[in-house]
Design a protein around this ligand. Structure first.
Ligand code: HEC
Length: 200
């Protein structure tokens, strides 16, 4: 009787110990699964930049249709960052627009980012392909950058003052952004970058 009981215990112990999950291996597997490659970061970043660009572009067009260029300035002033912030929350990655010549100082590019913009501008001007970049961060995630290229529509508010940007528009811009640097652009220039933090 006693021996039978001991046997059951032993059996139980063997099964129990054997079936304990190997947590160490599990953690390694988890880490491997979570680490993302540069290709994946580029793909995620590109999808998010396209989606964000579409949301902003659609709303900008609607705002111009409704309130003209002047009305749309108020839209950009109050809604642009809100829209990119809501995209960030929805997709759990920080999504921003930055520029070396920002209108809103909150969008000021860092020194390294200004260099990247300069390099992209040179490539665009010399007819080279401009491709997005993804830089690995210390935490294992990536910082994705995608150039934002100006077109004719943008020049209403970012073109040359007195030419595409009329005086009324410029007065409104200056009232909202006394330190505005974002005029003087032509079409097909680098207006800024999408900056997206892709966490692993
Ligand atoms: C109706 C005027 C208007 C038009 C048209 C317009 N923008 Fe802007 N843009 C603004 C305003 C106002 C801001 C500042 C938004 C803010 O405060 O967040 C801005 C900000 C930006 C920024 C963020 C960096 C910065 O300078 O603060 C980028 C990039 C940008 N615009 C690109 C474009 C592009 C590309 C187009 C054309 C597709 C365009 N804009 C068309 C008014 C305009």
């Amino acid at each position: 009787m006693f021996r039978k009981k001991t046997l059951y215990w032993l059996l139980f112990l063997v099964v129990f110990v054997h079936c304990q999950p190997n947590t160490k291996n599990k953690e390694v597997a988890k880490e491997q699964k979570e680490a993302i490659s540069q290709e994946e970061a580029l793909e995620i970043g590109q999808n998010l930049a396209i989606a964000s660009q579409q949301v902003l572009g659609k709303n900008l067009k609607l705002a111009i249709e409704k309130g003209g260029v002047l009305g749309a300035i108020t839209f950009c002033n109050t809604a642009a960052i809100k829209l990119t912030d809501s995209m960030s929350i929805a997709h759990k990655h920080s999504i921003k627009r930055i520029s070396d010549k920002p209108r809103n100082q909150m969008n000021q590019a860092s020194g390294a980012e200004e260099k990247l913009i300069a390099a992209y501008s040179k490539d665009l001007a010399t007819g080279k392909n401009i491709r997005p970049s993804a830089f690995k961060k210390e935490n294992g995630g990536y910082r994705y950058y995608q150039p934002i290229v100006s077109n004719k529509l943008c020049l209403n508010c970012h073109g040359v003052v007195g030419q595409q940007v009329n005086e009324k528009t410029f007065t409104q811009i200056k009232a909202l952004y006394p330190n505005d640097k974002a005029t003087g652009y032509a079409a097909n220039q680098i207006r800024g970058l999408w900056s997206i933090d892709i966490e692993k």
